[in-house]
Design a protein around this ligand. Sequence first.
Ligand code: MN
Ligand code: MN
Length: 462
Amino acid sequence: MTGKELQKELTWKFPHIAKAAPKQMEEAAAFCEGYKAFLDNGKTERECVKIATEMLEKAGYTRFCASGQYRQGDKVYYVNREKSLIATTFGERPIREGVRINGAHIDSPRLDLKPNPMYEKDEIALFKTHYYGGVRKYQWATIPLAMHGVVVKKNGEVVELNLGEDPKDPVFCITDLLPHLSAEQNERKLKDGIKGEELNIVIGSIPYEDDEEIKEPIKLMALKLLNDRYGITERELLQAEIEFVPAQKARDVGLDRSMVGAYGQDDRVCAYTALMAEIDTKQPVYTTVTILTDKEEIGSQGNTGLDSNYVGDYIRYLAELEGADPKEVFYNSICLSSDVNAAFDPTFSQAYDPRNSCYINKGCVLTKYTGARGKSGASDASAELMAKVIAMMDQEGVYWQIGELGAVDVGGGGTIAKFVASMNIDVVDLGVPILSMHSPFELASKLDVLSAYLAFKAFYKN
Ligand code: MN
Ligand code: MN
C-alpha cells in the first residue's frame, strides 16, 4: 500500500461543504430566507414563542392536553408562560422506550431596562439598563437599538411594545466618546471600555413646554410620548419587562452571500432549524420533544429555563398518557442540546485550538463537552451516544464536524446539556458554528444552518 492510500484509509479531515456538495448551496440559500424572517420577527423569547406558535398551528399542531388521547403522527404543543415552548409529534414506538428531545434556546444577550429606568440629565432623557447574558459592553454603544417588551397595566391590560424595527420608527442609542477626547478612556481595559453603568440609552431631548416652570421637562416629554403611544405611566414601567436589542435586520454577508449576519443567532439558529425539523417530521419512530427554552444565557435558572421542572413535568405528562413509568422514559430518552459553538476566527486564532475547533461551512458541530477549565460544568457525552448520533447523521448524509469551545483555559461556557443530564437523559451538544458570538451582529454560514436542520431531521427519523 502506498503512503497516499494508507493516508486516505487512516486519516480524517472534515470537508468544506461547498466543495463536497456544491448543490447544497442553493438549498441552503433558500432555507435561510425563512430563517432570516424568523430572526427579524423574533428578537425576544416572547416574540419567538409567538411566531413558533403561529408556525405550529399553521402546520396542524394543537395545544397539548394532559388528559388527551393521541395517536402516532398527532402533533401538539405546550407553552410555558409565553416564554418557552415544547412541540411534540407522537411516534410509532411506545413512550416507555424513550423520547427524542431537541432543545434550543430563544433568549439572547441583550440590554434589559432597570426597574426604574427613566431619568433626565443635562437636558437629555435616558434609560438605565442592566445587561442580560454575556455581552462585551463596548459593542453595544453607537448602534441603533430597538425597544421590545411587555407592560401589564394597572387595569390588567397587557401592552406589547415594539419600537425601532419598522423603517419609519425612531431608534435608540448608547453614546460613546469621540476619539479626540478619549485619551483617558483609551487607557481602560477593553472589558471596561464602556462600563455597565454607562450603558445608558438616549431616548429624547425636547422639553415639555409649559408657561409654568416644571422639573425635568425632557423626561416628562419622553413619558408623555410613551403614554401617547402605549398608554403607560412611569409607575407602570416599574413592573414591565422591556428589552433593548439591535435594530438592524438579518442580512446576507459576503460577496458570495454565503453567510447570514444578524442579532440573536445564538441560539435562534438552532431554534429555527429545530422547529422546522419538528414540523417536517411526520411519522417519527420515537415521540419527539422539541424545546424552545428561555433563560439559557443567564444559566437556565428561572421557571422558563431548563433548570426548572417544566420539561421534566411535560415528559411525565407524556408518560402518564400511556401509564409508563417516567423514570423509564427519562432513562431511555436521547437529547440534543442544540446550541451554537465558536467558529474558528482567523483574526483571533490564538483563542482556538485549530485541530479541535469548528469551522464555518463544514457543517453542524457536535460538541462532546462544554464547560471551563477541567471540563467544569460540562455534561460529557459518552462514546456510545457520540457513535449513535454520528451514525444517524451519516445515514442521512449530513455534514457534521466536531469542535471544542476555544482553546483549553482560554475561557469556556455552558449550555442546557447539564440540566437535561440531571434528569438522567443521554445528552450531547449539537449546533452551528458562529463568528462574533454574542455580539450585536453574529455570523453563521448558510450551509451550516442547513446542516443543522438536516441533522435534526435525521435525529427524529431514526
Ligand atoms: Mn447559546
Ligand atoms: Mn450564548
